[in-house]
Design a protein around this ligand. Structure first.
Ligand SMILES: Nc1ncnc2c1ncn2[C@@H]1O[C@H](COP(=O)(O)OP(=O)(O)OP(=O)(O)O)[C@@H](O)[C@H]1O
Length: 286
């Protein structure tokens, strides 16, 4: 579906992509990882047709640069840094829906599912929203329209746990639709969402691996946790995960795709964990 053939991108004298060749097929859900400056965003900008470059980028045989309209019509895109738009949110939705010839009500529906009250924000300038509200609005625009290529830059970074769960469920509903490309600095953030990991390093592909695709994105885990002694920092961390408890016993729910991140947090407190139970408890049908 998507081919990068020996793509080289140079800014002035600096070579940022050093001959990237990749094939992405329908059904690929890809984590594009790598440290700051590795070239992830530049690769995406080439796919969006924003940059000139050497080599070829093709989407079903079409160059995104020469056929921007046709290629962008197939893409949903959530940028890492929201654009500083002064346009009211309602107008932005109307504009985005008109550009990609889709139904604004569907975008509003996704925004509502993510927990935003659209009627309260429709007249507010987009730039005045909080980081999480901006992200929910941009996710609504990207997911609330038909597209078979979904490109997301750190999409869940500013979402609260409930919105993350809903967001994962929305992604699960679309997982075989086309190509999903998610960039992240942290593999644990996106590991459960993907079936392929591409790691970039200094403008080249350092690793391209298929990964086990066994975590149900819609699952939730019930967690019961006992500590050998009460600890204020651990209690704070658990409260941030929505856990309820006091002293040494805590209970809470973890979204399936968050399990690795949760275990990462727990690993900082292994010395005082006296008991831990994690049980898959609920499956949601999207
Ligand atoms: N418009 C530009 N002009 C000059 N250099 C640029 C430009 N855009 C990116 N670069 C350089 O290209 C390199 C790769 O940047 P890029 O944004 O693609 O990395 P990244 O992997 O997305 O990083 P991050 O994880 O920090 O977002 C960096 O060294 C950056 O300074």
């Amino acid at each position: 579906m998507i081919s990068f053939v020996n793509v080289v991108k140079t800014f002035k004298r600096s070579r940022v992509l050093g001959g990237v060749s990749l094939e992405m097929a329908k059904g690929d859900r890809i984590a594009l990882v790598g440290s700051n400056g590795a070239g992830k965003t530049t690769l995406i900008r080439c796919l969006l047709g924003e940059y000139t470059h050497d080599g070829h980028v093709l989407v079903d045989g079409l160059s995104p640069r020469a056929n921007r309209g046709a290629v962008l019509a197939r893409m949903g895109f959530v940028p890492q840094i929201p654009p500083p738009l002064k346009m009211p949110v309602g107008e932005l939705i109307g504009f985005a829906a008109a550009v990609c010839k889709s139904n604004p009500k569907e975008m509003v529906r996704v925004i509502g599912e993510l927990g935003l009250d659209f009627d309260r924000i429709r007249k507010l300038p987009f730039v005045k929203l909080s980081g999480g509200m901006k992200q929910k609005t941009l996710i609504g625009i990207a997911l609330g329209r038909p597209s078979d290529i979904l490109i997301m830059d750190e999409p869940a970074a500013n979402l609260d746990p409930e919105a993350r769960h809903i967001f994962f469920r929305l992604l699960a509903a679309r997982q075989d639709d086309g190509v999903m490309l998610i960039t992240s600095h942290r593999l644990d953030e996106v590991a459960a969402l993907v079936n392929r990991v591409i790691e970039m390093d200094m403008g080249t592909v350092a690793l391209d691996d298929r990964v086990a695709d066994s975590v149900d994105m819609t699952s939730r885990l019930a967690c019961v946790l006992n500590m050998s002694r009460a600890d204020a920092a651990f209690a704070r961390a658990l409260s941030e995960w929505g856990f309820i408890g006091a002293g040494t016993q805590w209970t809470g729910m973890i979204n399936g795709p968050d399990r690795l991140r949760f275990l990462g947090m727990l690993s900082r407190y292994t010395g005082i964990i006296a008991g831990l139970e994690l049980k898959e408890s609920e499956k949601c049908v999207a």
